[in-house]
Design a protein around this ligand. Structure first.
Ligand SMILES: N[C@@H]1[C@@H](O)[C@H](O)[C@@H](COP(=O)(O)O)O[C@@H]1O
Length: 251
């Protein structure tokens, strides 16, 4: 794992955007895996700026999002489709038909999972997957205990995950209890992975990732088995990592 230390959230966002832009420029028809949550918002803002300045184009880019809540339609303000349209897609020169997010309001959710997984495979997997991390180590919505071999699947959200995401909803009852997520196997098929970690509240999770064992009880730990992972973390997130374990590079 290549670990890049950033000063703060703004610095993570800037460094991550440079990383993503470099990948887009290197590849012919890049396929990006995108994440939601608070962490990548700054990255998306930087990408919008760079696109508006004509320093990067998304015309040849295809995207696959990690996950979507079950029961929320695309125009629901808390759906991840709405989030992605608002925070990135409608501000850049991407073709909306090249952006893919599981349909959480599909009639047949199992069929939707299979179709989504197939679509990713048809695109020859993801070139660069952007990830955040949950406090319990979840990646996408793959909660602790998820098999490392899973493909896109339907999940019951952990109580802690619902609580962490409740801040985006008006009431606890509105927080969905299920989601569709790409599997850990799907994520691990990505050619390259960029994990973003920001803030003191993620310090424990990052410490466990870097220092702990590889275990299905802590889904993100699987990333240690991937040959091409870069972590960009800020000082607050790195605050619990022992000094002698800090093997990151500053740039
Ligand atoms: N499904 C998303 C994840 O993809 C995200 O990485 C995680 C962390 O979110 P945040 O960046 O807001 O801390 O939360 C959600 O549950």
């Amino acid at each position: 794992m290549n670990i890049i230390s950033a000063k703060d959230y703004q610095d993570i966002s800037l460094k991550a955007s440079e990383f993503v832009i470099q990948t887009i420029k290197e590849l012919d028809k890049p396929v990006l895996g995108l994440a939601t949550g608070s962490t990548p918002e700054g990255l998306y803002k930087c990408l919008i700026d760079r696109n508006n300045e004509k320093q990067v184009s998304f015309q040849e880019v295809t995207t696959f999002n990690l996950d979507e809540y079950v029961g929320l339609t695309a125009n629901h303000p808390n759906s991840y489709r709405y989030y992605m349209n608002e925070k990135l897609f409608q501000h850049i020169d991407i073709s909306i038909e090249n952006t893919h997010i599981p349909n959480g309001s599909a009639k047949d959710l199992e069929k939707e999972c299979v179709a989504y997984e197939e679509l990713i495979q048809q695109h020859n997997c993801i070139d660069l997957q952007i990830l955040g991390i949950g406090h319990n180590g979840h990646i996408g919505f793959n909660e602790p205990g998820t098999s490392f071999t899973t493909r896109t699947h339907l999940v019951e959200l952990a109580e802690t995950t619902r609580k962490a995401n409740a801040r985006f909803f008006n009431s606890w009852e509105e927080v969905p209890s299920q989601a569709i997520t790409t599997g850990i196997g799907t994520i691990m098929d990505s050619k390259q992975i960029l994990l973003l970690v920001s803030g003191e509240d993620k310090a424990e999770a990052l410490n466990r990732l870097l220092d702990g064992e590889i275990s299905e009880e802590f889904p993100a730990s699987v990333l240690k088995e991937h040959p091409n992972v870069t972590v960009i973390a800020d000082e607050a997130a790195l605050s619990k990592v022992q000094r002698n374990k800090k093997t990151w590079r500053h740039d």
